[in-house]
Design a protein around this ligand. Structure first.
Ligand SMILES: NC(=O)c1ccc[n+]([C@@H]2O[C@H](COP(=O)([O-])OP(=O)(O)OC[C@H]3O[C@@H](n4cnc5c(N)ncnc54)[C@H](OP(=O)(O)O)[C@@H]3O)[C@@H](O)[C@H]2O)c1
Length: 352
């Protein structure tokens, strides 16, 4: 494992699939700035988005990932403010990736997904208004609506592409069959799906199918929501509503076993002078060339110091011996606990 002397200003760019945009190798996932990981500091969130936009070399598209249901509109409004207050050049090359479809209650509960074509148009109209833009760069339903064939949902987004309101069509947490059905309707730029050292389920069938269909991957949870960042501790107090308070991997014995894996990974990382988080992100970055698929990790940094650490992963090259050492510390399938609570696992087309 070498820490390159060069800065990531010279890093390559990645094209999402055969039809998607060419972007900076790391995307910024903005979810935690509005929801699910406890309270976030608004000024620091905006400063973090600005720092991310600034990190990419001039002329390189950056990728901001959000969902209209993250804080029920809060996250899109936050991104809109960050873009409004960014230098014009940075604003113009920032791409937005937006998920829609989740149905919510006043109390914040999730009650299902709506992928009907008329719902797609409704969600889109509200998102464009909140973002203050005339188009969304990548638009995708967060989870497949079991009552609406994916062809109809994707067909509605394809109409929005025709109308100029959307540039590219994405998917989220779908399996190989749904990927094929969707790709038969319209070009798909990328599948957004969880992928990390401790969530490697996509390697068996989904990654080969994405490769075959020319679809890229925007990988989320590359730090397993902080679990494998090297900063998470057993005694960390979680705010009410924090996803990690309900996630099986963060409970009891599962948490102990998963943090033992992190300690094994820490030994490998420290031996090479890089951090645990950087090693975990660099591992995902290394999987694109390995599997012949364009993979762009979305890092969920909510603060500038975390972002700086994550960006540093682009300067870490893992050779074959490093990859072997990392995978010996955290073997495939070693995670304890599912990646979502049972009720949410049921919504994952990718797990069926
Ligand atoms: N399509 C889907 O179903 C789906 C699902 C979930 C997320 N996403 C998208 O993917 C994005 C990333 O997901 P995620 O937030 O779960 O990913 P993540 O990067 O695995 O986890 C982010 C958490 O890791 C902690 N962390 C520690 N060190 C870090 C570092 N150096 N850099 C970044 N984070 C660090 C942060 O906690 P502290 O702030 O406490 O340090 C942060 O809350 C989301 O923002 C969202 O846009 C998509």
């Amino acid at each position: 494992m070498t820490k390159n002397e060069s800065t990531y200003a010279t890093a390559d760019r990645r094209t999402l699939g055969s039809t998607g945009p060419t972007v900076f190798p790391l995307g910024l996932g903005c979810m935690g700035m509005s929801a699910l990981y406890g309270e976030a500091d608004r000024a620091e969130s905006i400063a973090t988005i600005h720092a991310y936009l600034d990190a990419a070399p001039d002329g390189t598209h950056t990728l901001l990932d959000t969902g209209d249901f993250y804080g029920m509109g809060h996250n899109e409004l936050l991104i809109a403010e960050a873009l409004r207050t960014a230098p014009a050049e940075a604003r113009e090359r920032a791409l937005t990736s937006v998920k829609f479809g989740a149905l919510r209650t006043v109390e914040g509960g999730f009650t299902g997904y709506d992928g009907r074509p008329e719902a797609v148009k409704n969600f889109l109209a509200y998102s464009l208004q909140r973002l203050g833009r005339d188009h969304i760069d990548i638009y995708r339903i967060a989870r497949v609506d079991p009552d609406v064939p994916i062809e109809e949902t994707v067909g509605a987004i394809a109409e929005a592409v025709e109308a100029g309101h959307v540039r590219h069509i994405g998917l989220s947490e779908v399996g190989a069959d749904t990927l094929r059905r969707a790709a038969a309707v319209a070009p798909i730029s990328d599948l957004q799906i969880e992928y990390s050292l401790i969530s490697r389920g996509i390697e068996a069938e989904i990654l080969p199918t994405a490769r075959e269909l020319g679809i890229g991957i925007t990988a989320y949870g590359v730090l397993s929501r902080g679990l494998i960042s090297g900063h998470f501790t057993r005694d960390r107090a979680l705010a009410p509503g924090d996803f990690r308070g309900m996630s099986p991997r963060f409970q009891g014995d599962n948490l102990d076993r998963n943090l033992d894996l992190v300690e094994a990974l820490r030994k490998v990382a420290e031996g090479r002078g890089v951090s645990v988080a950087q090693t975990a992100i660099a591992w995902v970055l290394a999987q694109g060339p390995r599997h012949g698929v364009d993979i762009v990790p979305l890092v969920g940094a909510r603060r500038r110091d975390r972002l700086a650490e994550a960006l540093g992963a682009m300067d870490v090259s893992l050779d074959a011996a490093d990859l072997a050492a990392v995978e010996e510390a955290v073997p495939a399938g070693a995670a304890s606990g599912e990646r979502y609570p049972a009720a949410q696992m049921a919504h994952l087309d990718s797990e069926h």
